[in-house]
Unconditional design. Structure first.
Lengths: 673, 673, 673
């Protein structure tokens, strides 16, 4: 088993220039590229007219790959439909949130429900599976591309109504779950159900949540439809699609619940595009965010994932697309491996000459490889990856889990009340991740997919939408000896965003040993303090006013009308303990608090000492107990780090000294074997 | 007669849980709640299918209220239509400013012209009036809710054309009034008339003005239609609807001309939601804005008004919804009484469990009343209000009037020219109100509804749109001995926004004793100065360049090409005097200027001395001459204030000392009786 | 031949008040107004009903003009259609970028393709030409007004498809030129071609470019259609339309390629509205931008142009519309003459009383001329202009040319990659113009219309889109001894925005003697330096990493991974030299660099010495060698300037001293005759 190195390749753009394709494979070989992904967006080449297929060029790509000992990931073309298809079957195009019928254009502009679209996708997918399903070089099926978006057409409305009938059974149940009496929104006929849209209703929160759930389910349904077509001729090859992150902070992709979708794909793969070298954060700050999301996506299936796309240097869709500095590509790619990837794949293998992505980073760019620094850095990484095949299948072992939930995320974005402009759920998740990151403590970011067993510490920031099932699971975990941390804005609403009687989900206050009176919010410039062990720490945005019942007060508020009241508490519950952090603080308090908790729970990190927080040390371990240490310097200065003794540098095969010295942007990989 | 304490109550949300409603009335009683408003938005409960009515639950609410000695304000349900109604009669939904047909959703999403909507509203209103018109507990009819918005459907276009025919008679008259020759906009057929919209015309200012006038008239017409249905069975109970304010600065609601609408309702009621404890202004700064708008709405009918909605603590629709600090609720509510309210009513009596307003402040919140600070503060106010029934019907007596005009406001927003980004009409109104507020001088904010007789001082800031009738009225007032203050940007345009020949309405320059040459405007960072009595004050945004004819120069410009020319002047006119303030200054000059004017006109304030401007002292007086003093401390520190001797504290019944000491956010009510 | 002084006049607004028109002509005469432009937007007066024409009022205007010895520019009314026309032929209205059918309203809201619109325009234009084509006072035809905008209706889609067929012949050629294989955008039927729109495709860059080209061509086609109607009865009178600038920085109008349109009109005329006295730049900074764009528009036909519109004082469509300070009108108007205008015409001669432009500056404003400063300043300019008739037809002589290209501009705006938020093409053009402006060196801003012969220096900033034809032209110029300066972001893409193989247009690197590796971009706060002759200059936004082959290195980078590599180079090529400026710097480096280049190329400026950069000296020269010097002080302080000896002040007829002293905002005109 090999780490995969390669990526998205669109040779159909150069069919009139076969020497270009020849040249590409020569360069691939030199850079130790072992995998290409082809076929995505190629529909108009594969099927230039309805039911007229042309696979010549794709046959040749397989041939070339096999000649060169490379593997092929075969994409289905549904991410962009041909003009003829949209002309003949206009219903394949989406209806947008203003209920306007889209015209042909862009990618991802197709209705997932459209009978016509599904039929055309079935036909082309079957053709591909029939022809290529048995090719020896076929490594994986890659369905469509970055599934996303939603459609408000009549077919989708019907599907949504059906989905709702399946979920609730009766309109009465929907009306109760949605609290539809409010503002006379009661449905008295199923035809009254309609997707949230800018011309009608956007403020029924349960409807918004269900619509997002439906969009996830319908997207998965479309994925399964695509997969069924593939499976007709190809059943032994893994099938997947590529996931994404959102915003420059690399937060989980918001439009789809990947904790559901992750269970469906055979392997999680995703597209990772951090804006390295920006001017609003250090590379180390950004590395933390990259670490967080990889720790999350690894947990979706609790197995190594694949980076399906990344850029060899810059992208083209940030506002400012800065090239990676020398060394950064190897460092950044090593981080992906460190957090559980078994690949570094790229978008794109060769830069296109025209249209919107021509200036996206690529292995082979417009400037020829011989004098192109980007290509040289890719080749250097290829060399490293060829030494790391032992890594394949190994996992991170973590004592700490941070809980994330997509539905909670959606509900928080919809909250009408409190400090809407400062909800900052993702910022808070990063804040609670940071103390562990700084101390090189492995963390799993987990979701409803994961068990809590085996974790010494479970952190649940801002779990506003909180099901009874989840509470039972947490209670069992704590009763059995686990330690949990809850925060402000927790346990307020059920799965259809109805507030629990009393303001908090029954059982939570009991477990925490507290009684909550109100949630104070601050305008941006307003502050309070928590007093903890003789020091004072700033509070902003949120402060829960509460009394302890059975809990012990750990910190108190410094001012305002609840001065002196508990701000942080801990309760003994079963064999475990349940912490409540009532206020939003800065990193100073969180570091102090979690530092003490790590000591108390005897959780240790991967490093012994280091010259700077900009160094990160992560580990993976294979089933035989061999451990890999990834020592990564995210500063542009020389840094040192101490790691356990007896490790070997995989690039030299020699033992390393007690104190490692790393150049700016250098990453080392060590092994215990 | 009692002050009303209570508010909007939606028990229809808990029909499956009757114990909740039982509990509610117990808590109401404890908190001295004496009034509930019910029925708004309840259409889908009242008429779950067309022509099938169910009043069981509403009967029970009346029963419960009467058992508890409470009064009921009965709302009509037209603020939100049921799904079945919109499905069957799609024309009841609005067409928006992009001429798109809205879908079902939200509130206030109905065409005021729709024949179908009017018919269904008539039917349900008649049913309500027939059934409840004679209930002893029925205090008032509350039609719909917060009338607002506009519709661009074909029925509305027809109504607009008819309205225009009634107003102008001929197309020729319209063309002349609109100056339609410009850009060939001449109407040559009535069908050419169309509402301003984003796909067509937005820049014919007279059309924009007339459209706003039509929207006000059509809204009133709809109100009258609702009222006629009520009056069929209920003629002796007052009828009203709730008005609103706009923006975080609590400016007059912009979409409707309340000086027209105010004449139609039996009593003015409105919904007051200041963002207390924000971080861009002090509580005292905000209190000034609250004072201003209450002084305006009281004047609409020159009688006490009702606060129909307010929040016991926070709202849910600000960006940041901060709870009121302890004491603030009593203080803020006392201010409403001080400025002329005979009620403190809330939205809402019990927080809903779901949908968009579940986190809006409420008397009974999600956290049970026993440990809910908000409920305790409401109960404390209930106690105070029970001691103040003598207040009912009493009025503020003012020597100073500030003039506000909705049509002028609309016209100013449309001005193409000068400093569009710094028109700041409302800011200017507050600026001219502040010197009186600081000195605790009672002020009436008046409109075209009010007479000028009896005021010693009339302030008319930025009266850009200025009718000849208004000028005649001002002239008569000044001739008879009154004092008027005009400012820059005054008297430029007539009622259809045509510029007067010569640039200023004939007669105004004569009354002011000046001749205006031009209006200079400044970019935001540019400044001039006025020199007044040996001091210099900064000028920004606007400076009128003018010459005095018969007027006396009071202040001159400090720089620029009109350095040394008059900036402020006064003219003797009849028995009175007419001031002109040519430049926009800061509070320093305005305080100085109005301070001298108050002395000169022997206008005195309600306080004698106070330790801070954050204390406000307002008075109300009943028909027998009993005067109530409201002494309110809008700072969180202890403050002192001196008021006339011989007053009694209504909460103790004891005389108060010469110097009152108030805790942070404390309000006292004193009486001369 | 006279300089034209006058402008847009809309007497049709006062037909019911003939005395107003009488008065106007009296005032015109006093202010030495010699030209009026009439007829624009008068359609509903000229043709109040279909095929019913009324020319009475227009006859009278001609009569009045002729009585007063004035000339008339006659406008066609197509800039705004009457209501009756839009009602009867709805297809004359535009379909917008969201594919919504516009309603009647605004100006410029008509489809240029509409058969109905063209027919109605033909008829009214012919009527005008027939009636007025032979009037002795007719000076020029002014077609429509400020052609702009685009339409997405079906007629336009058809026209666009035809245009594309004419250009490319086959769909295959289009697909190749557009790189349509990318994302399966391949056209397989001509019906697939559609304009870029917000509901469909916006990211096919070649399509965007071709759409802009089509819009230009279709606008020109409409112009020609209008002209043909005129020419039926009037062939000897010049025909034109008025061009515009864009944004507060007065950049070239973006929606139309004036280098194409300029060749069609008989004389270039344009509307110049700088925001004098703003608070983000000095008057001198703004004067530079005014100079730049006038130097560009003069070059479109290489002959003097006309200022068709300008404001006597303020406008009404800026955010803040500040009046010109005393003297500024004469100064600003003199600058227009200095850069090649043979007119100062105004919008508008009399301010309208209503609608959107009533507060736009005008010769006769709302305040009567007798006490209106604006009118006095206009009259003072009229006096000066009457002394300058010798100027008519004279031209600026320049040794320096800066190259600008509309298509390059469009392509740069579309670039997906690099620093999208800091492309700043126009800012860069101004930066490269500034060193010459400061030294009073005449500059021509040239386009594809112009020859390079005769220029000693050719500056080509950011020529991203670069045709092979242009390169051949530059190569020939340099080979023959010319000096050219290229910058970062040059020569990357061809005319359909396909990246050239190798990343740069073949031949450019050879001419420059360099080899480009990559283009680094910086986030806003990031910096590098160039080291040039012992000094260091800051670099921001862009830095090209390149090696010299035959070129000489002039400056090197100060830091980052390419520290010490060439940043600026020069190559000997043929008899000339080719400079490459790899990095974006501030004015410090550009001044130094171009200062040395001017010395080396022995290019001299118009001034010898001056007390401040806020003084500008420009020259025009007639065919007999008489040179006019315009010495302009853009500061509000007294400044001095030295000009060559032996010049005469045109206003006094007397020789001037060696050192001129100018008052704040004063402009002098000197002559060598």
């Amino acid at each position: 088993m090999k780490l995969l190195h390669g990526g998205d390749y669109f040779p159909e753009q150069w069919l009139t220039r076969p020497e270009t394709i020849e040249e590409d494979f020569k360069y691939f070989k030199e850079a130790k590229i072992n995998t290409v992904t082809v076929g995505m967006f190629a529909w108009s080449i594969l099927e230039p007219e309805e039911n007229h297929f042309d696979f010549t060029w794709l046959d040749q790509v397989f041939d070339k790959a096999e000649e060169n000992g490379m593997k092929v990931i075969l994409g289905t073309p549904s991410g962009a439909r041909p003009n003829w298809l949209a002309s003949k079957y206009p219903d394949v195009l989406r209806v947008n949130e203003r209920l306007e019928q889209n015209r042909f254009g862009g990618r991802h502009n197709h209705c997932f429900t459209s009978v016509n679209y599904r039929e055309r996708v079935r036909i082309v997918n079957e053709k591909l599976a029939e022809r290529y399903g048995q090719r020896e070089s076929l490594l994986m099926w890659h369905l469509s591309n970055e599934y996303s978006g939603e459609c408000h057409c009549d077919q989708c409305q019907s599907a949504f109504r059906l989905w709702m009938q399946n979920k609730y059974g009766t309109l009465e149940a929907v009306n109760q779950a949605y609290w539809n009496t409010f503002w006379s929104h009661t449905y008295s006929d199923w035809s009254h159900v309609h997707s949230p849209n800018h011309l009608g209703e956007m403020a029924v929160h349960a409807l918004n949540l269900d619509w997002r759930r439906f969009v996830t389910d319908q997207t998965i349904d479309f994925y399964l439809h695509e997969r069924a077509a593939i499976n007709k001729y190809s059943t032994d090859i893994p099938v997947t699609t590529n996931f994404m992150a959102d915003t420059e902070h690399l937060i989980p992709f918001q439009a789809l619940d990947y904790s559901k979708f992750g269970k469906i794909v055979d392997i999680v793969t995703w597209d990772c595009y951090p804006a390295w070298h920006n001017d609003w954060e250090t590379e180390a700050d950004l590395a933390l965010k990259v670490g967080f999301i990889n720790d999350l996506y690894r947990g979706l299936k609790e197995m190594p994932f694949l980076i399906m796309e990344s850029s060899p240097s810059f992208v083209n869709w940030h506002d400012i697309n800065r090239p990676k500095r020398p060394g950064m590509h190897k460092l950044a790619s090593t981080q992906l491996l460190a957090h559980g990837s078994d690949s570094v794949l790229y978008f794109q293998m060769r830069a296109s000459k025209g249209s919107s992505e021509k200036f996206h980073g690529s292995v082979i760019g417009h400037v020829p490889p011989e004098r192109n620094r980007v290509y040289q850095e890719v080749a250097s990484l290829g060399e490293r990856m060829s030494q790391l095949d032992g890594l394949v299948g190994s996992m991170k072992q973590s004592d700490v889990a941070i809980y994330y939930d997509w539905e909670n995320d959606w509900a928080i974005k919809d909250i009408q009340g409190f400090s809407k402009t400062n909800m900052n759920y993702h910022h808070t998740l990063h804040d609670h991740y940071r103390p562990f990151w700084r101390q090189d403590v492995n963390v799993d970011v987990i979701t409803k997919n994961n068990d809590f067993d085996g974790y010494k510490l479970l952190v649940m920031p801002m779990m506003y939408l909180h099901s009874r099932d989840l509470l039972a699971k947490v209670q069992a975990y704590v009763e059995a000896g686990g330690t949990v941390v809850y925060t402000y804005m927790s346990g307020m609403a059920n799965e259809t965003d109805l507030v629990y009687d009393g303001g908090t989900i029954p059982g939570l206050e009991d477990m925490l040993g507290i009684m909550i009176s109100e949630t104070d919010v601050y305008y941006p410039s307003q502050r309070n303090q928590v007093k903890f062990q003789d020091a004072s720490y700033e509070v902003h945005d949120y402060a829960t006013v509460f009394e302890t019942t059975s809990a012990e007060t750990l910190a108190i508020y410094g001012s305002d009308f609840y001065q002196g009241q508990a701000a942080v508490s801990v309760n003994h519950y079963g064999k475990g303990q349940a912490y409540f952090m009532g206020a939003r603080t800065g990193d100073d308090f969180l570091s102090k608090f979690y530092g003490e908790l790590l000591d108390q729970l005897t959780i240790v990190g991967n490093s012994i000492a280091k010259s700077s927080d900009s160094v990160s040390v992560q580990t993976r371990e294979d089933s035989e107990g061999t451990r890999y240490y990834f020592v990564m310097n995210f500063s542009d200065q020389v840094q040192t780090a101490e790691v356990p003794q007896g490790l070997i540098d995989v690039s030299t095969g020699l033992p390393v000294e007690a104190t490692l010295a790393l150049q700016g942007f250098e990453a080392m990989v060590l092994t215990s074997k």
